[in-house]
Design a binder for this molecule. Structure first.
Ligand code: GAR
Length: 224
């Protein structure tokens, strides 16, 4: 049985609106949740998600780059701030900075990111625009372990949708975001339950190496 003492502690890093952070936070506030969001950290002082986190009773703080601060120096300060919470798991939820290898190493195997595409397609920015420009019929979202290479760590779960004829970037983005809000809390829950783990530099699920990402549709079919 999960109690407050056994519940995983999650630190969420954001840069903006924080809708994925809120989806995590809400799922984490359920009495039977395997995790709780311990703190939210933003690199941007005006990140809207900060106020939303505070309104939900969660500690939210800003760790912003100082003028002229080198990336490594910022990442060291950020890593120290995160480590101060001794988190079970660190989640990048719309955190729009590229993290240095040292940061990633410090949290190896306990760092997840949500990305608005079916990785390895469309790492980086403007994923919906690029999917539309390529006339993709299928698009979606990915949760993956973070490695030093941008948006390239092993994927844990993906959710996909069919692109509708004539659909615009904004509407497609909204529909993908709704999928992100489902797969991110699921992956975090699995991690904090011990079902998802990082062993020998690879993800494992239910004790077996995860060769390919889980699919939301399959997971739901088996009521996982
Ligand atoms: C989300 O779509 C997330 O996948 C994306 O930023 C958005 C943040 O929205 N992240 C990336 O593109 C990282 N590569 P949110 O602040 O409302 O969660």
């Amino acid at each position: 049985m999960i109690t407050a003492a056994t519940r995983g502690s999650v630190v969420v890093l954001i840069s903006g609106r924080g809708s994925n952070m809120l989806a995590l936070l809400r799922a984490g506030q359920r009495a039977d949740s395997a995790y709780a969001v311990r703190a939210v950290i933003a690199d941007k002082p005006d990140a809207a998600g900060l106020a939303a986190a505070r309104e939900s009773g969660v500690e939210a703080r800003i760790v912003a780059p100082l003028p002229g601060e080198a990336r490594d120096a910022y990442d060291r300060r950020l890593a120290a701030a995160v480590a101060g919470y001794s988190p079970t798991l660190v989640v990048l939820a719309g955190f729009m900075r590229i993290l240095s290898g040292a940061f990633v190493e410090a949290f190896e195997g306990r760092l997840l990111n949500v990305h608005p595409s079916l990785l390895p397609k469309y790492p980086g920015l403007h994923t919906h625009r690029r999917a539309l420009a390529a006339a993709d019929l299928i698009h979606g979202a990915t949760v993956h372990f973070v490695t030093a290479e941008l948006d390239a760590g092993p994927a844990v779960i993906q959710a996909q949708l069919e692109v509708r004829a004539g659909e615009g970037e904004e509407r497609l983005g909204e529909r993908v975001l709704a999928l992100e809000h489902r797969i991110l809390p699921l992956a975090v829950r699995w991690y904090c339950e011990g079902r998802l783990a990082w062993r020998g530099g690879r993800p494992c699920f239910d004790g077996a190496p995860l060769g390919a990402p889980l699919r939301l549709a399959d997971v739901e079919a088996f009521a996982c």
